[in-house]
Design a protein around this ligand. Sequence first.
Ligand code: GLU
Length: 388
Amino acid sequence: MHLSTALSRIAPSQTTAMTDRATQLREEGRDVISLSVGEPDFATPDHVVAAAKAALDAGQTKYTPVGGTSRLKQAAALHFERDLGIKVPASQVTVSAGGKQAIFHAMLATVSEGDEVIVPAPWWVSYPEIIHFAGGKVIPLHTHAKANFRFTAADLEAQIGPRTQWLMLNSPGNPTGACYPAEMLQGLAEVLRRHPRVMVLSDDIYAPINYTGAPHATLASLCPDLGERILTVSGVSKSHAMTGFRIGVAAGPEWLIKAMERLQSHSSGNPCSISQAAAVAAFEGPQDFLADWCERFRARRDLVVSAINAIPGLSTPTPDGAFYCMVDAAPLMARFGDDKALALHLLEHGVAIVPASAFGGRDGFRISFAADEATLAEACSRIAKAVA
Ligand code: GLU
């Protein structure tokens, strides 16, 4: 084996690894409910599927510009303005193979050996790994259930140092569901104004899935004066149930968009041409079903939260957004050892979840409740039996 120094710094993604393991067990005939991956179970909307078929029939099967077709860049600019309140020209938008690739390219393009990136914890599994791969140093900003897993302006200020390059902001957040209201973001902006070197990667992929009743708030819309140092990442995977299409979009300063596209020209080239046509339909077509889906997620959230809180030894706060619950299982650790052992035990009992340690947390696990209510109820009853 001749692994590079950069690869040696990272581990495989535990969300995708657990999902692959659950799929493998199912293929072997085992009855496993997978609540490990964040993937809406809803069917991709018909008009999106029709657009993909039409693109195939029209022979749109060739290379496109590296950063996406101008049609999709315009549709994405429409999305940023209409849905997130961020007014950008198409030249400040790029398209990648999922939001994950946009984040990967943004970090590789800007983080040098020893640069620091502040990452609120619990975090999405891939943030620290991408930063480590780029040679950066992860500065964890720990958040707690009793504060709705949110950090304050003072918490942020305490972590900023001379090497701070980026702050990762993810609202609604994976895996905690944390949502930052406008006034908290304004407070963070005050700190950022005092530290002009620090950039912000605002990962807004879960924007439409917000249960707070307040409209989605995002830094680039609230503080246009900081626009030159904010990269906002969005996409269609979670909002439009299009995970397999692999389309993410990002809006930010032109120099950064160009740098990301320079990298993409050597990594994957353009995102899939058929998927790009489908994403145009997603951004330009009807959006009214999104509120409907959000209500269905809310019902599932309520079911899971009350079922989990009824199980002795387990507890979870009620998430404000996205479709994940962070379950605290600390009282069970004396019996199970650690959260990885508990995850394996639950898998033996037919439920796949992801241990909290994958997200920089501990003594618990993440449930993705993007499944129908009958499946979620059955999963919670299996979890109850498994830990009884
Ligand atoms: N973002 C989703 C999750 O956290 C999809 C899998 C992944 O890329 O991590 O489950």
